[in-house]
Design a protein around this ligand. Structure first.
Ligand SMILES: Cc1cc2nc3c(=O)[nH]c(=O)nc-3n(C[C@H](O)[C@H](O)[C@H](O)COP(=O)(O)OP(=O)(O)OC[C@H]3O[C@@H](n4cnc5c(N)ncnc54)[C@H](O)[C@@H]3O)c2cc1C
Length: 357
């Protein structure tokens, strides 16, 4: 995207020629309202904007490519849940000779006269002529490069949404629930208005419950019990009191589930862990606890993400959800691949991508 020669490739020209411009300039909601008759179907298809932390009433219709992939191409379930993707990558990296240093944060990216020289981590300096930063680009500039100006420029763009998550061990089986369950809010537009304009969790939030035990019975929860991952969309952190919000949200989720499942859910919660924007930021260094870097709430958002290379420090590259092409696990893996390709081109070396497919 950020190299001129990309735009001159035949594949790219052909791709651009097939773009329907209304998908770029109209919102996802407007495309869906035009495509579907029933309001509930529009709401269901609007939900795909949240796959990258965006507002369907603002995000471009181009994001309808997400349900296209899901319904027309099909999706896969990683056995053991999402963690097995991380484990598979880890195993592959070990096989390729990668050396890991766990619980040793990088303190600084060392560079001199516009050339990267390595990283400082723990009490050690690691020399390197190529450095790839996979943490949030804002924190990379602010903390690892000490470049406050560039960090501030990142903040010009709106952050994506965050989430409140309740990991519940449920002491009962609910045969009416499946792997993915969504309990929508009555007024979806108002929910997104609250999230992005008022920076509040909506009082009737859309509740997503994922139960991997439905896909892999007998491996994810003890017999007769279920593992619920309960998530609602939340704004990125702007100083809200998350402990209070979490309690209020928990109560509204439980009251909604009681009504819709005709059950008394609270006494069934045997174990509980939670996640909120502050914990997400503390655990991953994603600024404001955004789960997808910058939002895609404008036509230009996709074009304004930070490139996968530094324009001022040679040998420094970026990957992950806060840079091109954006957040979400598939795009993060793409960003890693793009960074590798750039390194390959700059260093005139060959990286074996077949092992990374
Ligand atoms: C609750 C939740 C639900 C989600 N659901 C989905 C989903 O269903 N599908 C989907 O595709 N995406 C989902 N996402 C988003 C997805 O997880 C992210 O987009 C993706 O993990 C971002 O990848 P990353 O590599 O950029 O950052 P991360 O996965 O956050 O990795 C960054 C790593 O850098 C480490 N780090 C931070 N600072 C330093 C330092 N100074 N030195 C060394 N290491 C450091 C962190 O510890 C972390 O391990 C979800 C996210 C959350 C929080």
């Amino acid at each position: 995207m950020h190299k001129r020669k990309t735009w001159l490739q035949w594949q790219v020209i052909r791709g651009l020629a097939s773009v329907k411009w209304r998908y770029l300039f109209k919102s996802m909601n407007s495309i869906n309202t035009h495509s579907f008759v029933k309001a509930h179907t529009v709401q269901l298809f609007n939900r795909y904007a949240t796959y990258n932390g965006s507002n369907p009433y603002k995000a471009p219709g181009m994001l309808t490519v997400i349900p296209h992939l899901e319904y027309n191409e099909g999706v896969f379930y990683p056995k053991g849940g999402m963690i097995s993707i991380v484990n598979a990558l880890y195993k592959l990296a070990l096989k390729k000779g990668v050396q890991f240093y766990f619980n040793t944060p990088v303190k600084r990216i060392i560079h001199h006269e516009g050339i990267v020289q390595g990283v400082e981590s723990g009490d050690e300096n690691h020399d390197a002529d190529t450095v790839v930063s996979n943490i949030d680009i804002y924190f990379t500039y602010k903390n690892l490069l000490g470049d406050e100006n560039s960090a501030q420029k990142i903040l010009k763009h709106e952050r994506s949404s965050s989430a409140l998550v309740f990991y519940w061990g449920i002491n009962k089986e609910f045969p009416q629930l499946h792997l993915h369950n969504i309990f929508f809010s009555k007024n979806y537009q108002s929910e997104f208005h609250h999230l992005f304009k008022f920076k509040k969790v909506y009082n009737d939030p859309t509740v997503y419950i994922n139960i991997t035990g439905k896909m892999e019975p007998g491996t994810q929860a003890p017999a007769g019990k279920e593992n619920w991952f309960v998530m609602v969309n939340a704004p990125a952190d702007a100083g809200q009191d998350w402990n209070v919000i979490k309690q209020q949200c928990r109560a509204s989720i439980i009251s909604k589930l009681n009504r819709l499942l005709q059950a008394d859910v609270e006494p069934l919660i045997e174990a509980e862990e939670t996640l909120d924007p502050l914990l997400i930021e503390a655990g991953t260094s994603s600024f404001m606890g955004s789960i997808y870097g910058n939002s895609s709430n404008s036509v230009m958002a996709a074009f304004l993400r930070h490139p996968n290379f530094s324009k001022t420090i040679k040998g420094l590259y970026f990957a992950g959800g806060s840079v091109h092409p954006g957040g979400g696990i598939p795009l993060c893996l793409k960003s890693a691949k793009i960074a590798c390709k750039l390194i390959e081109a700059d260093k005139k070396i060959k990286i074996n991508f077949s092992a990374m497919q």
